[in-house]
Design a protein around this ligand. Structure first.
Ligand code: NI
Length: 196
């Protein structure tokens, strides 16, 4: 296993559409997943997409720890509850509620910054899983935000490109101090995205 270098905003690998993974059960895919998992654990983020480690394939890893879940008391199968470590290969998203909500996100590929990003509240996702087989889940709130953030990486989209108000993009410490202090921004106290 190895800790991989993270691509930063501006690198072409983050701007292109990633290619489908031809064989989810291939040994090189298992190796990539192991390296990405080690990399994410080393940095302490929530999720990571393969293009962020310079591999232009449609694969993401993530988890939602109870401390970050919208409903930490919910069971692991609940849409807005904690989610165990998960690998999604060739994921597809179906939006179930086209209303969006704004929340604070950061990204390992955009270090030092955080921004308020509108995301759909509720969706269903389907993906292949390592070794074969399919996974299908519903996601809401924080879980849905993580899925949208990570899957955007597979289409060359970084969170600032989803922002509708760039005055709400700032340095992480300032955003945590000022945005989370506003009463109507209570949900923003939970920073999202793969930057953690
Ligand atoms: Ni990211």
């Amino acid at each position: 296993m190895a800790i991989l270098k993270i691509a930063r905003m501006g690198h072409p690998v983050l701007r292109r559409r990633a290619d489908p993974v031809p064989d989810a059960a291939a040994p090189e895919v298992a190796r990539l997943i192991a390296d990405m998992r080690e990399t994410l654990a080393d940095i302490g983020g929530i999720g990571l997409a393969a293009p962020q480690v310079h591999v232009p394939l449609r694969l993401v890893i993530f988890s939602v720890p109870a401390a970050r879940a919208g409903d930490p008391e919910a069971g692991e199968g609940a849409p807005d509850g904690p989610v165990p470590f998960t690998v999604l290969i060739n994921p597809e998203i179906e939006v179930l509620d086209d209303r969006s909500e704004v929340g604070l996100e950061s990204c390992l590929s955009v270090p030092g910054l955080a921004g308020m990003v509108p995301r759909f509240r509720r969706l269903r996702y389907r993906a292949e899983v390592p070794g074969g087989g399919l996974l299908e889940r519903e996601a809401a709130g924080f879980h849905a935000r993580v899925i949208q953030h990570e899957c955007d990486h597979l289409d060359g989209v970084l969170y600032p490109m989803r922002m509708t108000d760039l005055s709400l993009l700032g340095f992480t410490e300032e955003m945590a101090r000022w945005i989370s202090a506003a009463p109507n921004r209570a949900r923003a106290t939970t920073a999202v995205g793969d930057g953690g």
